[in-house]
Design a protein around this ligand. Structure first.
Ligand code: ZN
Length: 134
């Protein structure tokens, strides 16, 4: 694997594995993915790394029946915009649920799953997805 691919893989590692974003200590807004500068407070803001609880609610969703390459085995599947309880918004696949069972406002939690079979560098990618909260 070339060096560039390795660094790209590791750059997103923490975010994908730990649902880590950032929180501005000044205005208490949360961001995912994390930001270096708070768009609200600018230079006065103080950004800290924040690990999200993984709990949230479905804000909106769509059922995918024509998947991009690498996602064929999952169809039909649901991609949702999840409102995390801290206030940030994440786009993620929903698992362990049938498309017809998904509803707006449904409580969900993050779980750790295979994202896709492999990328160009031959790696199997893992990361978080969301499932109904039990
Ligand atoms: Zn702020």
């Amino acid at each position: 694997m070339e060096e560039k691919a390795v660094s790209f893989y590791w750059r997103g590692f923490k975010e994908r594995y730990g649902l880590v974003g950032s929180k501005c200590e000044l205005c208490s807004r949360h961001f995912f993915p994390g930001r270096v500068i708070c768009p609200e407070c600018r230079r006065k803001g103080k950004m800290h790394e924040h690990r999200f609880s993984g709990k949230g609610k479905v804000y909106s969703y769509t059922v995918i029946r024509t998947p991009p390459t690498g996602f064929e085995i999952y169809i039909p599947y649901v991609v949702a915009i999840v409102d995390l309880e801290e206030g940030a918004r994440v786009v993620s696949q929903l698992v362990d649920v049938k498309p017809e069972e998904v509803s707006i406002g449904m409580p969900v939690e993050a779980c750790f799953r295979k994202i896709r079979e492999q990328n160009q560098s031959g790696l199997v990618l893992y990361g978080f997805k969301f499932r109904p909260l039990k």
